[in-house]
Write a protein that binds this ligand. Sequence first.
Ligand code: PLP
Length: 398
Amino acid sequence: MQRIYLDANATTPVLPEVFDAMRPFWLEAFGNPSSAHHSGQRARSAVERARASVAKLMNCAAKEIVFTSGGTESDNLALSGILQPFLDDRQPSHLVTTQIEHHAVLYAAEALEKRGIEVTYLAPTRDGIVDPATFEAALRPHTRLVSIMLANNETGAIQPIGKLARIAKAHNRSILFHTDAVQAAAKLPLDLTGEFKNVDLLSISGHKMYAPQGTGVLFVRSGVHLTPLFHGGPHERQRRAGTENVPGIVALGRAAELALNWQLEAGNSQLVPPNSSSATIAALRDRLESGLLATIPNTHINGSTTHRVPNTTNLRFDGVDAESLLIALDMQGIAASFGAACQSGATEPSHVLLAMGLSPAEARSSLRLSLSRLTTADEIDRTLQIIPAAVARLRSLA
Ligand code: PLP
């Protein structure tokens, strides 16, 4: 059976160019970048080259890039790193975030709340987007930090981060703004000098952008003081102790170069150039989505269709248990995902879909399909045969 991978928001494959770039740093150039000898210095220059490549992708300075172990660490470092000093000084402090964040932010916020930080969890509109007026109304005199994601992992909905960060700074220049851009990197331009010039901290993760799992970045704007999570060596300008994951960092640097090339090909719009093979992501997603809507009655799209990353669709099939659908699809070779987390042994409906106003039953009948740059037209055609039949079968059994 030829398997079809439609779960790129969970993780992307490592591209061959990325793998080739990292390989020597396990086998030959394996030195510790902190060592003064040749082998160490070779590793050091590779890390710094990668830092420059990531900085170029995000249009920021290399010294503003902190390498981490992934999106979860970057998010935790941003939230705790900014709020810890206020806790230490017992100053009243308020964090604004949303109900649709990834658990890396949501649970970090909840942990800070238990330690005395006031937290506002904004609800999105039915489209899964945070309304700027609602956001502005939530700001308080002692709001210290905002953390709102750029693209949602379940619906792909893009939040108006440039606008929200402008509102926060207009309210009070000292409010810091963090965005989790894990699902936006390599899909949307991340311009920290242009559209996102009011963003102070931004997280990305290697394994959502064709580099390996366990690699990530936190952008920390110059002048922003961050209390580190870990105690140890002076790595990453005292912001993240621990010997660098050199092969992973090199891979992330190479992935950033590829993403920048796609962005330039696409003319700085969503990274879907009209006349190249990579152009097909949005076109393939749209073909998949419209094909499923046309052939399966009582099917709906969850979330915005106008402000959305090019690779994601979240579909609701009335009366179908998405968990059963997922298993049926897996048996036929299709990897998809349904927005749910297994908590204490029970499958909970997606917190994102519930926050958007869907009922638990609606959330439980929703499926996420997310394409990668390796998804082919043939795979989409086969998916368009398999999913309608699987939905019809499950409905006939209900
Ligand atoms: N933030 C978002 C929006 C994500 O989708 C994910 C992963 O799914 C993360 C954070 C966590 O990233 P990582 O898996 O690299 O820890």
